[in-house]
Design a protein around this ligand. Structure first.
Ligand code: FAD
Length: 402
């Protein structure tokens, strides 16, 4: 390991590995450090994402693909169901891909290494090197030995529990309505339908969130739940999940467990400082409705890696320059997740009867012809009470369609 790099990336998840790969491809010297001894474990993810979106970054390899799905069904509390069509998902012919995150995350780190980044595991960043309020590197622990490694830019991609942000004085605190607590079992059960993913909504079964069944092949599935901290009715995510699995799959065998928080805040207002950018869960770049973060982390990593290379070329590592990254994010995916935060806030006010009514309306609409925005508008238009509750979302969507 050298004592100085252009860019140090903290955290080898999707955001960090793509940031490291991008900056290295553009000629920067890059150090990518991961605190765990192995990249990709423990898995804290349902591993579902979009194949089409992934293909914008990497070639799809069968080694990290567990299952490809062409249908997703949403089940409302009153047992009405409707399908999320491929047109609504914005992606023709697919409802999603289920990854093996252990192999996938390792693959992304391989790509960063192949692009020229130095990669080290079991190497946590324990502090930032700061001078006059500027970030100038990290203090890290490499196999038990403390080192100070300097850099022009640090990219904090250290996940939902990011300490890098706080070390630089950036407020990343989430209140209870801005974080989903997630619990998941890897389940073996021969009755699991391996051809589609299922989403179950309702205040009784998953307050402020949903339960998912993402089939992984070989009679297994990730079955998990996300619930909002401020709506949990005194029960934790595991209790809700165990009840659901006992009712639906009484013979299920549990092959694995995963727990973790998912930011649902719509993103940070500030994600840069002098010499520092945050990316992925560290910057709260997840979809507040679905909790999906893999593809957002990859987009953010690419934008941050590219901005880092531009800053190095310009010799300007100031917050002012690095805000190019924040501006690019805010105008693109940041806009989507802020809109989805509003939708999520409105959804949180729905009673189970509202969900049933909406599911019945959705089931009666020709949704296969609609994009997501059109589908939401069509459902809102058919229920004046609901439209009133969600008026700001309705007008935002209308504006976006003009
Ligand atoms: C239960 C659950 C289910 C989910 N399901 C899905 C899903 O189906 N689809 C989806 O798209 N998203 C899902 N997500 C969200 C998704 O997992 C994250 O959004 C995604 O992993 C974010 O990537 P990241 O690179 O920002 O962070 P991470 O993947 O969390 O990577 C951060 C890395 O930084 C490392 N690190 C932390 N601190 C340090 C340090 N000090 N020094 C060095 N390394 C450090 C960590 O060990 C970790 O490897 C789920 C999340 C949970 C909790």
């Amino acid at each position: 390991m050298k004592t100085e790099y252009d860019v140090i990336v903290v955290g080898a998840g999707p955001a960090g590995s793509i940031a490291a790969k991008t900056a290295a491809e553009k000629g920067c010297s890059v150090l990518l450090i991961e605190k765990r001894q192995e990249i990709g474990v423990p898995i804290r993810c349902a591993e579902g994402t979009s194949k089409t979106e992934l293909m914008k970054f990497i070639d799809i390899d069968p080694s990290f693909t567990c299952n490809e799905l062409h249908k997703a069904e949403v089940h409302a509390p009153g047992s009405t169901s409707f399908s999320i069509t491929t047109k609504m998902s914005g992606i023709d012919g697919e409802a999603g891909i289920i990854l093996d995150r252990k192999i996938f995350d390792r693959h992304l780190a391989n790509l960063a290494a192949a692009a020229g980044a130095n990669v080290y595991t079991k190497t946590p960043a324990t502090n930032l090197i700061m001078r006059d309020g500027k970030v100038e590197g990290v203090v890290l622990n490499h196999l038990g030995e403390e080192r100070k490694t300097r850099s022009k830019i640090v990219i904090g991609a250290d996940g939902v529990e990011s300490k890098i942000a706080r070390m630089a004085g950036i407020d990343t605190a989430l209140n209870l309505k801005e974080i989903e607590s997630g619990a998941q079992f890897l389940v073996y059960d021969e009755t699991i339908d391996q051809t589609k993913c299922d989403i179950f909504i309702g205040n009784e079964i998953a307050p402020g969130g949903y339960i998912w069944i993402f089939p992984k092949g070989n009679h297994t599935a990730n079955i998990g739940i996300g619930i909002l901290g401020n709506k949990n009715n005194g029960k934790n995510a595991i209790q809700y999940l165990e009840k659901f699995i006992a009712g639906k799959f009484p013979n299920a065998q549990i092959l694995g467990t995963a727990f973790g928080g998912v930011p649902a805040s719509g993103g940070l207002k500030r994600m840069t400082a002098d010499g520092l950018m945050l990316a992925g869960d560290a910057a709260r770049q997840t979809d507040p409705i679905t909790g999906a973060g893999i593809r957002y982390a990859m987009y953010a990593g690419k934008m941050a890696g590219r901005t880092a290379a531009e800053a190095i070329a310009a010799g300007d590592y100031s917050n002012h320059f690095l805000q190019k990254y924040q501006n690019e994010w805010d105008k693109t995916l940041g806009k989507t997740i802020r809109r989805n935060y509003k939708i999520k806030e409105a959804y949180n006010t729905w009673a189970d009867e509202d969900m049933n009514r909406i599911a019945q309306m959705a089931a009666g609409l020709p949704l296969e012809d609609f994009e997501l925005k059109e589908a939401i508008i069509a459902v809102l238009k058919s229920d004046k009470k609901l439209m009133w509750k969600m008026k700001s979302v309705y007008y935002d969507l209308l504006k976006a369609m003009i």
